[in-house]
Write a protein that binds this ligand. Sequence first.
Ligand code: PBG
Length: 334
Amino acid sequence: SAFRGRSTVDGVFPEHRPRRLRSTAALRRLVSETTLRPRQLILPMFVAEGATAPRPISSMPGVVQHTRDTLRKAAVEAVQAGVGGLMIFGVPANRDATGSGAVDENGILNVALRDLRAELGDSTVLMADTCLDEFTDHGHCGVLDDRGAVDNDATLAVYADMAVAQAEAGAHLLGPSGMMDGQVGVIRRALDEAGHTETGILAYSVKYASAFYGPFREAVDSQLKGDRKTYQQDPGNAREALRELELDVEEGADAIMVKPALSYLDVIRLAADASPVPVAAYNISGEYAMVEAAAANGWLDRERTILEVLTSIRRAGADMILTYWATEAAAWLD
Ligand code: PBG
């Protein structure tokens, strides 16, 4: 027969009972394959120049643009909850064509990094978004040429200066997220030449041109019109993810990232299997907003859904997860 077991008539079928290992909480815990720990979570945070009170982000309920002061407090709270690191994004009061606020040591992101390093020292891993889109008046991740296209090599020169400014402000890890060719190599060289050989690079190696970034655009008051398809990857492509990863590792990335996470779990698995360095995945703004909206309507159990989302990203192979739920999830997991 098609069954290897004996017939139901002797009362011993089925022979194989996978449910046995699911029958008590203790058994389920014993055989659980995937760990989810606070140290594996990284909290992305926004800080707005000149803000006197935290500003809610309507498409990301529960997430705010912080003032310098509330950023410091929320960062301490996250670290006390056990999160593995913080990724800081700046929202400047003024923008220009070259994103000069990103390089300025008194620009909001650099000021906030200094605040946090003074407050937290080496007790957490302080990370900075190394990208121009928050700082440019056109909203692109780089500077534009005279035809209005993003100029790869001119952008690299700005990234080099931005990276050194962020290292000087106290970031432990820089997160180049602009998808310019050569960005990791240029940043590594600039850091080393400035004596910042200890500052690491968490490279956004595999970053797709995704609709799920929608709420983030509100979070940083993005000025972007149009899209980022000339530099971010086509959602249909997986093979080029491996090429991007290889190039970044060769250029000196200390860790790499795949982003977004949920629509790209297969890509996370590919990257995790191929990468010689740790792999992060970014559970991005749109993924956050979907769950929050459904939970607010009573359509999903919020806590269970969040933990399932984070577990799935770990199961796909991510060593660490950037998530706006980091502090809250860390408390649940503790
Ligand atoms: C670029 C950057 C973006 C995000 C992180 N870094 C936006 C983009 O590429 O358009 C998105 C994060 C999120 O959606 O949560 N500096």
